[in-house]
Design a protein around this ligand. Sequence first.
Ligand code: ADP
Length: 396
Amino acid sequence: MRVFVLNCGSSSIKYQLFDMTDESVLAKGLLERVGTDDAVLEHNARDDTCQLEVAAHNHAAGVSIILKMLTDKRRGVLSSVDEIHGVGHRVVHGGESLTESVRVDHRILDAIRENIPLAPLHNPANLAGIEGAMAAMPKVPHVAVFDTAFLATMPPEAYRYAVPNEWYTKHKVRRYGFHGTSHRYVTQRAAELLAIPVDKINLITCHLGNGCSMTAIAAGRAVDHSMGMTPLEGLVMGTRSGDVDPAIIPYMVAKGMNVQEVDKALNKQSGLLGLSEIGNDMRDLLAAANAGNDKAQLAVDVFCRRIVKYIGAYYAILPSVDAVVMTGGIGENSLPVRAAICRQLTRLGAEFDEQRNLATVRREGPITVDGCHLPVWIIPTNEEVVIARDTAEIAG
Ligand code: ADP
């Protein structure tokens, strides 16, 4: 069974084609600058990567170009598009109505559309991708997998904000959470690696990429999460501030900025970039900090401190913690960040192991000593395989 996974952003399409008999990836790639005459397709199949410039005026055109590549005589891996049995789509916001993966029909498209006000940047691109792919492959089942779905099990004391009740009942103001597919993957994988049934495992999962979020997992289900109504809340991120005092917003407006400018600053000019004034890439910050740059060092310190604070908070609300799990580009690769976080968790029972940290780059394993009270594990995420599995199951 072949499953095609699509992740459509506003100007990009990421894709992977799976053979579900062994979950191997037959081809994958990225189309960038969708909406222009000079889009760039990077396609990888059979250990060979090629790049070409194409005209992709919209997502539908983009999907057609990718399908052409998949069936190309020389570089392709399919003899016909009919070999695809199901298409899985990443959708950022399912709101309160879409809380599990689902086969797409008109009713689901409408529900995704209704959630656009909650994710004005993401859901329109996801929709464009689904509609483009449905037009190109009208006969196969299309399945939507929501970033918010795994977090829909949060209880009201976790998802409600202490704001006027009507903000929730009338305007849907509540915590939804994001990166759910990644938190779900590492939860499943941690259960396998720690040999604990998934419905018994308690974890604190940390997705640390450009966007960063944490989830408290009790008995395999999400019970609290750091991102909020939007992905702005919680941890320090590449360009997002994470938690700030909301009174800062009217304060900066009084200083002469308008609300849109403050919003943009908090989303695009804050976080690691805002503090360091160097960039949003942890690699650059670590190199600069190493060379003695104080602002870069401060950015890394604030980043780690926020994570340690959330781990402490989740440790307090969970019945027990089998492990802290780190994933995402920073979690999988940034050794000094992992070390700094682990070393601040000594009182909670994490005993950091430097050798294990060095040995666990982009691979699974603990970075604490065996038998310590709070193990810390690295588990590379794989959101695409979760989407592919759900699609295979629903497509039947
Ligand atoms: P996204 O959220 O965009 O998917 P990623 O999960 O790829 O992002 O994470 C991006 C972050 O991971 C960047 O801050 C980058 O510096 C960091 N990162 C990626 N590779 C490495 C590496 N080899 N060493 C240190 N940091 C890394």
